[in-house]
Ligand binder design. Structure first.
Ligand code: ATP
Length: 345
């Protein structure tokens, strides 16, 4: 079966500001209908890249194709795309309806049709119809975010770009909106390209994630691939608290740092082990004695900070009998070597 053409094809896309290379020779296909998220630290080039994709800026070199058509030089307002920013950029002196209808009005869509579509969009973003005449100043943060989404969808774009739209929103509302965005993506079938600092946020929503570092993609994969098989310590460091152990090859046998354990055949020099892969009790795999130095309740899970020799480790266990250990106790901990991701750098 022939694959549908990619929504976007990036070929050697590069953006320089003087001697600074913000986007460094990126080539990639983004599939039609994909939720593609770019994660990276501040200054890694995420915004610069999305500005090129959205047509707000032109690349220094490289080309950009939309469904096979070269759009490198096409300005944003002539592309079938829309953008949702962190600063929502709503028109505060206008109503919810006027905000949503903005792009339609610019295109000359007749008033009755605009209104009907705006009401459809309100339903799509789960706002009641009677919000239509309400001034946006009377909307809460979460409602404003939904209005901004409806407004972006108002131009019926093929691709929606999101530049950290949830970063200024408090934790609980952000969690709700993440799920709503994922559902909105599923309902609309449109291509979503999303940038964020947070791998956690990316994991909830994305089909694929690209981890960006100094203008390049360090790793591209499904959330599961990124989480289970990070290809560097840099990628692993986005996973929050994670055990990264240096392998010493003294005495001819690889050891986990100070833990005198036989390591499996290690192509890399560092072993990445997620906290939930380390659990109390000795199974088939390697195990060792560790002192519990800290116990933190995280709700459904309990986190143990451990010390084994000179090595500090973190384990996370589902709340229950296995989390009965207390600070000051020494217990055996084990893991399955298949849960280790080996990285070189
Ligand atoms: N207009 C510009 N002129 C000069 N340098 C720029 C310009 N825009 C971006 N840069 C530089 O390019 C690099 C990438 O910046 P960019 O804003 O794309 O990163 P980012 O990953 O989006 O960061 P943040 O998460 O903080 O928004 C940075 O070193 C930045 O200083």
């Amino acid at each position: 079966m022939a694959l549908p053409p990619p929504a976007l094809t990036l070929t050697g896309l590069t953006k320089r500001f003087g001697s600074k290379t913000a986007v460094d020779d990126i080539s990639l296909d983004i599939r039609d209908g994909e939720f593609f998220t770019i994660v990276g630290p501040s200054g890694s080039g995420k915004s610069s890249l999305v500005r090129l994709l959205a047509g707000l800026d032109t690349p220094t070199t490289g080309r950009l194709h939309l469904r096979g058509t070269d759009i490198t030089e096409v300005p944003a307002n002539r592309r079938p795309t829309a953008m949702v920013f962190q600063s929502l950029a709503l028109f505060d002196h206008r109503s919810v309806g006027q905000n949503i209808e903005f792009a339609m009005k610019m295109k000359g869509v007749p008033q009755a049709e605009r209104r009907a579509r705006a009401l459809d969009l309100l339903r799509l973003v789960r706002l009641p119809e009677d919000y239509y005449p309400r001034p946006v100043t009377q909307c809460s943060g979460g409602e404003r975010q939904r209005v901004a989404l409806a407004r972006a969808l108002g131009s019926d774009p093929e691709i929606l770009f999101f530049d950290e739209p949830l970063s200024a929103i408090d934790y609980r509302l952000r969690k709700t909106l993440e799920v709503e965005l994922k559902e909105l993506h599923q309902r609309t079938g449109k291509t979503f390209i999303y940038i964020t600092h947070s791998l956690e946020e990316a994991m909830v929503m994305s089909d694929r994630i690209a981890i960006m570092r100094t203008g390049r993609f360090e790793q591209i994969g499904t959330p599961d691939e990124i989480y289970r098989r990070p290809n560097s310590r840099f990628v692993a460091s986005f996973m929050g608290e994670v055990n990264i152990l240096e392998i010493s090859r003294t005495k001819g046998t690889p050891h986990f740092a100070d833990l005198d354990l036989p390591a499996p055949q290690a192509p890399g020099a560092f072993a990445v082990l997620r906290p939930e892969a380390l659990s109390p009790g000795a199974g088939e795999g390697p195990s060792f004695d560790a002192l519990v130095t800290q116990k933190l309740m995280l709700g459904s899970r309990t986190q143990f900070h451990l010390r084994a020799g000179n090595t500090a480790l973190i384990a996370e266990v589902a709340a229950g009998p296995r989390s009965a250990l207390e600070v000051g106790q020494t217990a055996r901990f084990g893991f399955d070597p298949a849960d280790i991701a080996w990285v070189d750098s």
